[in-house]
Design a protein around this ligand. Sequence first.
Ligand SMILES: Nc1ncnc2c1ncn2[C@@H]1O[C@H](COP(=O)(O)O)[C@@H](O)[C@H]1OP(=O)(O)O
Ligand SMILES: [Mg+2]
Ligand SMILES: [Mg+2]
Ligand SMILES: [Mg+2]
Length: 346
Amino acid sequence: MSSTVPLVVRLLASSVSVANRAGKIVRDVMSKGELGIVEKGKDDYQTEADRSAQKCIIAALAAQYPKLSIIGEEDREENEPEVPSDWLVVDADKEVLALTCPADLQGVKEEDIVVWVDPLDGTSEYTQGALMLKRNHWERWKMYLIHPLISIKWYLSLLQSNYGFLEHVTVLIGISVNEEPVAGVIHQPYYKTMIGGEKKMGRTIWGLREAGVGGFTPAPPPDSLIITTTRSHSNPLVEKALQVMNASQILRVGGAGYKVLQLLEGKASVYVFASPGCKKWDTCAPEAVLAAAGGKLTDILGNNYKYGASVGKPNKTGVLAAVNHDLHNYALSRIPQELKEALANK
Ligand SMILES: Nc1ncnc2c1ncn2[C@@H]1O[C@H](COP(=O)(O)O)[C@@H](O)[C@H]1OP(=O)(O)O
Ligand SMILES: [Mg+2]
Ligand SMILES: [Mg+2]
Ligand SMILES: [Mg+2]
């Protein structure tokens, strides 16, 4: 890899390749069927896929960039055992390597960077997707017994709905400099495309400040106000913030990464989550990619989160994001003062 390429661009290119490898780990754990679920707290789970994907990302990045601060969602063991050699990805995405680095980031050193890693965003959806897949095998055989034609149709529709859950899962790598997210990767392990009649799993979306975004086709926001929000972490405050938006439709999906993808692809206009629960690793990469596409992600009060190594990890005052600044302003103007205060005083 050419050392004339500025560090931030090289690191983003490496992150794209590492995220692809981590996505394969996420799929492999699911196909083996042994999820190894651990309950970390209320509505808060971890699986073997979360653990292994994080080990892969951190080991691969630390081997190439030893002075980086890398903060991952999952706890690390005291003496981490060595990872399999094929997890130590050294490739770097060629398209990203060719990007022009913003002038003020050209001299950035490893010591100036904090990388936020969410090895699997949407763990709830990952575990529920697995459960439904298991149930479907049984459902399939039951339906075959009843009527072969009906069963094929039903089975296909069931598969689609399960597949929808797994699509919410993403791998997130956010790169911050001076506390600000400047670049990021959102990898979607279960995104399916057909290339020349062959099925390809997974896609990787990236963004770099001033250079733009790639890995997908951006689309303008929908004509009417469509909100995207949590499907697994709702509460009365979350619902109150949704009511005041006066939206034509509310989409309830999993993961911060997936909701930002919905904004970028014109499926939703605004992402509203008026609750603590998300952490810095949930929003660093999505915020960077969204900002590179001209959008904005803040808390519910309209303030930016900071991403330095010593900041508090919880995003206590929620998430408000939109694909452009006008929509963000509109959504912010709809949030009543008492709701902002309720969150700020939590
Ligand atoms: N109450 C919570 N406890 C733990 N994680 C949460 C909570 N609320 C949100 N998150 C994290 O933020 C992401 C986006 O939230 P939601 O899907 O509810 O909109 C979740 O996928 C989860 O990340 P993760 O799956 O990486 O643990
Ligand atoms: Mg988690
Ligand atoms: Mg997450
Ligand atoms: Mg996670």
